[in-house]
Design a binder for this molecule. Structure first.
Ligand code: AMP
Ligand code: GLY
Length: 422
């Protein structure tokens, strides 16, 4: 089988790793990939958002299944382009990818589908947005509607902070075009949960649920980032809760998208808040695998991943995957200055002998003259898999500790909520 993974981050390295583990004989390509995917697959030097060259490559290499990792090429219509040429693609078309690319659109879909989410309003006009903030209860949440690499949401304790966030987006255009539309919403109490649903548009298969750690600092303090670590599975994601999520969130959203002429296939990621009453509300949808959650979720899937992705891409009935017992914890190693101004260039040293159960996925690395160097904000993700959450934490931490580069920034407490529960 010839497989292409589009993208070049930690999620894509984890995808290549999982595909390779499942099918040692597959021809796997990554575009553009990174030095990590290069050890498992053939890297093609094509930017993820170069639709013309990507389409040509799928043709030239006779790719049987293309798996699109990042949101930008999905929102730009890469899946539509490839499907238009008769190719099998895992990932939604541009219309359905709006569920992530426009928070204002996602809010509308949820409202029309009757899916629980924080009450909100969308604005393009600064004065109207400020007036809405002025009348809003505290705390409140201000979000850039467009794609902002996970950094476009601001939880504001006071109306004053809320007004400042609105001015930064609509006045100073600090988020560029992503912040031209601003969504202002109620603050939701509870615990967050990332649910990964593979779907052919009608039916879903829920993979092990995960929890991200969005804040930069230990104890969930500091600014929001793209994610500083994740673990899976999450014990609050009981069978009953996931059934409720399937019935009340995933299926109505898919049906609504279909009705609106934007059928979704691929991975529908529901970022949920599980309220004190145990009921889920949607914080956001993503149209793709989460990063870094994927680096914790995929190592728990023992078999069946390729068949599942292929079936979803073809619109066929979805087979089940086999999930292993135990837990996975992924620690992100970020560059100095992340998330605002990551410093690039530091040399990285990864020991040959990693602790047992540890796998390192490359995210923002580059090979220059034979030296592995920091080339992005999130540099490496270190996954530990073990029988228990505390063993998985210890493995991930030991792996993270053993890797060296100047300015290495990381949290030692990934998975703390789960560890405290068990
Ligand atoms: P988002 O970019 O929409 O996923 O938001 C990033 C993070 O901000 C989420 O993972 C939450 O931690 C927080 N957040 C976003 N919206 C809300 C909300 N309505 N209530 C509470 N926290 C939120
Ligand atoms: N970890 C959150 C995301 O992938 O958007």
């Amino acid at each position: 089988m010839r497989l292409l993974v589009v993208g070049g981050g930690g999620r894509e390295h984890a995808l290549c790793w999982a595909l390779r583990r499942e099918d040692p004989h597959a021809d796997i390509y990554a575009a553009p990939g990174n030095p990590g995917t290069g050890t498992l697959a053939t890297n093609l030097d094509i930017p993820a958002d170069d639709l013309d060259r990507m389409t040509d490559a799928v043709d030239a290499y006779g790719i049987d299944l293309t798996i699109i990792g990042p949101e930008a090429p999905l929102a730009a219509g890469l899946a539509d382009r490839l499907r238009g040429e008769g190719r099998v693609v895992f990932g939604p078309g541009a219309a359905a990818a709006q569920i992530e690319a426009s928070k204002a659109f996602a809010k509308g879909v949820m409202e029309r589908a009757g899916v629980a989410t924080a009450a909100s309003a969308s604005f393009t006009d600064l004065a109207k947005a400020l007036a809405y903030v002025d009348a809003h209860a505290e705390p409140l949440v201000v979000k850039a509607s467009g794609l902002a690499a996970g950094k476009g949401a601001m939880v504001c304790t006071t109306r004053r902070d809320g007004a400042q966030a609105v001015r930064a987006m609509l006045g100073e255009r600090r988020f560029g075009s992503a912040g031209q539309v601003v969504v202002i919403e109620d603050f939701l109490e509870g615990e967050e949960l990332s649910v990964f649903a593979v779907t052919n548009g009608r039916e879903v298969r829920i993979l092990p649920s995960a929890q991200d750690h969005k804040r930069l600092l230990e104890g969930d303090r500091g600014p929001n980032t793209g994610g500083m670590g994740a673990y899976a599975p999450v014990s609050i994601a009981t069978h009953d809760l996931l059934q409720m999520v399937e019935r009340n969130v995933l299926l109505p959203t898919l049906a609504q998208l279909e009705d609106e002429g934007a059928p979704f296939s691929g991975l529908l990621y529901a970022g949920l808040m599980i309220g004190p009453d145990g009921a889920p509300s949607v914080i956001e949808f993503n149209c793709r695998f989460g990063d870094p959650e994927t680096q914790a979720v995929l190592p728990l899937i023992e078999s069946g991943l390729i068949d599942l992705l292929d079936a979803a891409a073809r619109g066929s009935a979805l087979p089940a995957v086999r999930v292993r017992r135990g837990a996975a914890v992924t620690t992100v190693l970020a560059a100095a200055g992340y998330p605002d101004a990551p410093e690039r260039g530091a040399a990285i040293s990864i020991p040959e002998d990693l602790p047992t159960g540890v796998t390192v996925f490359h995210a923002g690395t580059a090979l220059t003259d034979g030296t592995l160097r920091v080339s992005g904000g999130r540099v490496l993700t270190v996954t530990g898999v073990a029988e228990t959450i505390s063993e998985a934490q210890a493995a991930s931490r030991a792996g993270a500790e053993s890797i060296e580069f100047a300015g290495k920034t990381w949290r030692r407490d990934i998975g703390w909520r789960e560890a405290a529960r068990t």
